[in-house]
Structures are given as C-alpha cells and as structure tokens.
Design a protein around this ligand. Structure first.
Ligand SMILES: Cc1cc2nc3c(=O)[nH]c(=O)nc-3n(C[C@H](O)[C@H](O)[C@H](O)COP(=O)(O)OP(=O)(O)OC[C@H]3O[C@@H](n4cnc5c(N)ncnc54)[C@H](O)[C@@H]3O)c2cc1C
Length: 120
C-alpha cells in the first residue's frame, strides 16, 4: 500500500499505446520520487484517476507490482471521462490516488495451477 491512499498524487503520462480502437494502455510515473518509491500494491487492486477540474474514475492497475518505476492502466473508451483521457498525450499530468480494493490472495495461490477468467 502507499502511505496514504486518500491523497491524490500527480503522475506524468510516459507513453500511450493503442491496443484496439477502444482500449489504450497508459504508462505513468509519479512526479514525486518519494511517492513513486512508496507506492506499493497487490495484483487486482485499482486506483482512482483524477483529471483535475473535470472528474475522476476507477481503473485497475494492470502492470506488475514487482516492476518498479511505472504504473500501467488499460482504459476502454466508455463515457465522458474515459473519452477525455483517450485524448491525452505523453507528457500530460493526471492525478492518481489509491490503491484500493483487496487484490488477489497471491500467498494462497503460490505453487498452484491457475485459470484466469476476465470479465467486464
Ligand atoms: C473497481 C473498478 C475497476 C475498473 N477497472 C477498469 C479498467 O481497468 N479499465 C477500464 O477500461 N475500465 C475499468 N473500470 C470501468 C471504468 O471505471 C468506467 O468505464 C469509467 O468510470 C467510465 O467513466 P466515463 O466517465 O468514461 O463514463 P460515464 O460517462 O460515466 O459513462 C458510463 C457508462 O454509461 C454509458 N453512457 C454514458 N452516457 C450515456 C448516455 N447518455 N446514454 C447511454 N449510455 C451512456 C457509457 O457508454 C458508459 O458505458 C473499472 C471500474 C471499477 C468500478
């Protein structure tokens, strides 16, 4: 967990990758190196993306917690906010707070065969 999940921190969009006509992969890094170093999460947790003065929305973290220095969010263009972020470019700044949710119980899964089923 990060130190205080209720505080929004600025993050820079490092890369925007088109995955499909509706989904983009956003790679982000917190501006504050201390925030970056203390931002820990479990697979399955989500963050709130805060586009200052416009609105906010929840998105699951899709990068690995063991890969340090960046955070990845795969965002489908659905409504008002997600259409807005799809227009944002590398170098733009957004707010991130979290992580929230329980995440997956990785300790219980260790050593087992897994079947992953995704929905949405
Ligand atoms: C815990 C959690 C994790 C999530 N993780 C992800 C993730 O990893 N990736 C991801 O892409 N999404 C994820 N979502 C979903 C994402 O949060 C929503 O797609 C997003 O909040 C939509 O916000 P919006 O402002 O773009 O859409 P809104 O404008 O709020 O619209 C929401 C929905 O209503 C529909 N809608 C809007 N206006 C109208 C209208 N006038 N008439 C009919 N329908 C309309 C839109 O098409 C859309 O489907 C997650 C949600 C939760 C709760």
């Amino acid at each position: 967990m990060s130190e205080n999940p209720y505080v929004t921190h600025n993050a820079r969009i490092l890369e925007v990758k088109d995955l499909t006509s509706r989904e983009k992969l956003f790679t982000l890094r917190f501006l504050d190196p201390e925030v970056e170093a203390n931002f820990n999460f479990k697979p399955g947790q989500f963050v709130i993306v805060d586009i200052r003065g416009f609105g906010e929305f929840p998105i699951s973290i899709c990068s690995s917690p063991t890969r340090r220095g960046y955070l990845q969010l795969c965002i489908r263009k659905a409504g008002r906010m997600t259409k807005f972020i799809h227009k944002m470019k590398e170098g733009d700044i957004i707010g991130i707070r979290g992580p929230y949710g329980n995440g997956f119980p990785m300790e219980k899964m260790e050593g087992s065969n897994l079947i992953l089923v995704a929905g949405g």
